[in-house]
Design a protein around this ligand. Sequence first.
Ligand SMILES: Cc1ncc(COP(=O)(O)O)c(C=O)c1O
Length: 385
Amino acid sequence: MSRAQSPAAVSVVASGPVALFDLQRQRRRLEAEIQARIHTVLTHGQFVLGPEVDQLEKRLAAFAGAGFAIGVSSGRDALMIALMALGVGPGDAVFVPAFTFAATAGSVVSVGATPVFVDVEATSFNMDAADLDRAIAETASAGTLRPRVVMPVDLYGLPADYPAIAAVAARHGLTVLADTAQSFGGEAGGRRVGALAPISATSFYPTKPLGCYGDGGAILTEEAALDEAVRRIRSHGRQGTGDAALQLGVTGRLDTIQAAILLVKLDVFDAELRRRRDIAGRYTEALRDLVVTPDIPPGAESAWALYTIRVADRDAFRTRLDAHAIGTGLFYRLALHQHPAFAALPVRPLPVSEQAANEVVSLPVHADLTDEEVDRVIGAVKASV
Ligand SMILES: Cc1ncc(COP(=O)(O)O)c(C=O)c1O
């Protein structure tokens, strides 16, 4: 990798604001390659399922160590298409963490199934396997819904506790579909995200660790039958170039131009992940005695989509960081059951999710932050707690 491509090589004005996300620095670093790749697509003209999509799918599967990867139109569509491929529909219960982005539950509602909210662990913010066990048992004994799928989310980039969740799911005969929208590039137990569950859905939304320049996503799976079903569903239910719709499908393909952009970004992805880890390590080292910093279990690596701390007076803290020109984000202010769109769904006690929604705040952690900016974030947090 040339110096021009390496993250954080671009110098910035020392006193300027530190943005939570800064896609322009990365774009400047990769501009020549991205322009060349886009130009190739414009020239060959295969804008839908062109050769770059096929190349990207092979490289994503190899990167993750997964059997198959299929490019799709967004992270939310990836979840929906995966649910369709698993045959999930009306009358089925899908268990989702209550503390996540709305799209996790939205994808379930979109196939006519019912999300059942599960509380999260206070340290990882990921699905609590003990509460999952309770939620499945309650749903089964209520008798109105059929427990079908468990959908853990790797919040902020840290893989959920898949061994514990898979054990609960197996005991109840359920499939695990991982919402890895935030965690592509993360790992646990010697395996990368995309190979931690039988089927995983990820997002290439621009601010994700691996992001394109619009909407995009992928499904990764170990099973050939699911790979085939996903390929049919993303393309109107047709097999290859066949006319017949063999099953209900959607317009769910990843655009060739987005695949071309992702191919360039995948070349530097490992270096960017290392830089994110380095920044996260420096924050934790400097801030662990002042605020609740992320706790990464042994053997796991976060993709560091977000570096999220907990602070009791979160809103006042955030206002003070604003005054220091440090960008922050609130992911998420509401737990899922607190969204108007999900108000009619069954409710269970979700105290950890509700508390997290009141206390979390995310700091800048993108790969193009300079060391000087990292120090400024640390200094501002110290001055603001
Ligand atoms: C946890 C989670 N699930 C699903 C999605 C949906 O991804 P997309 O925005 O690509 O549809 C996101 C994206 O923001 C997400 O963070």
